[in-house]
Design a protein around this ligand. Structure first.
Ligand SMILES: *Cc1c(COP(=O)(O)O)cnc(C)c1O
Length: 224
């Protein structure tokens, strides 16, 4: 029988804590439970096991699901690519936007946040590999984008986010995590969102303050 969401969450939290100690990371590490493609019943189980931070990668999918847990107390992160024309809807639905990658999107989010009377915590998604399929801001454009985001009072630049190229060998992600950490220090942002099911421990050893974990909590995603 498959382990329950509750058991998986407990195991992941324990692994996070051990990696944090190994890496000498003084701050607590936030766990964002990635619920994309998973049914509301599993999200509910995670909520009942005390999980409060969640991640989804599509505005449209989340529109169908966001009523599943109490709005109060839950923190929803948008972790997938966001098109500028969906910025307003994203601000209505999500608490944190992790995938700011252009100035144009930042401005749209800022306008939507003004309309909503909110300040939105955001991350800049950084593309550290040359993969054409990946989204994110190029490193050469990162300092300028960080300045632009900081100039927008309705956006609160919390940190940087990245997704290294997938490899069976999680150790291969380490240099990317180190590079994001270097950028984080240079730009003086408090948070680094990096690490997924197969490599979150390495990310934490390299300074992640937030990991985004789906499969290790909810099992394999159903294939479309
Ligand atoms: C799906 C996804 C995750 C979680 O991936 P797992 O391997 O299931 O843990 C993390 N970050 C982003 C951006 C994702 O799209």
């Amino acid at each position: 029988m498959a382990a329950s969401v509750r058991d998986n969450l407990a195991a992941v939290r324990e692994r996070i804590e051990r990696a944090r100690q190994r890496g000498g990371q003084p701050r607590p590490v936030s766990l964002v439970a990635v619920t994309k493609t998973h049914p509301p019943v599993l999200i509910r189980e995670a909520w009942e096991a005390g999980q409060r931070e969640f991640g989804e990668n599509r505005v449209q999918e989340f529109e169908q699901k966001h009523g599943v847990v109490e709005r109060d107390g839950a923190v929803w992160h948008l972790i997938g690519h966001l098109q500028s024309n969906k910025a307003r809807r994203a601000v209505q639905l999500f608490d944190v936007i992790e995938t700011v990658d252009t100035e144009r999107l930042a401005r749209r989010l800022h306008d939507a946040a003004s309309e909503a009377g909110r300040v939105i915590p955001v991350f800049i998604e950084v593309k550290l590999s040359g993969e054409a399929s990946k989204t994110g801001c190029a490193e050469s454009e990162l300092p300028a984008l960080a300045d632009a985001v900081r100039a927008l009072p309705r956006l609160d630049l919390r940190g940087l986010m990245t997704m290294p190229p997938y490899s069976e060998d999680a150790e291969r992600a380490r240099p990317y995590f180190q590079r994001l950490r270097d950028w984080g220090e240079r730009l003086r942002v408090p948070e680094l969102s990096m690490g997924m099911s197969h490599d979150f421990e390495i990310a934490i050893e390299e300074g992640a303050t937030l990991v985004r974990v789906g499969t290790a909590i909810f099992g394999e995603r159903p294939r479309p």
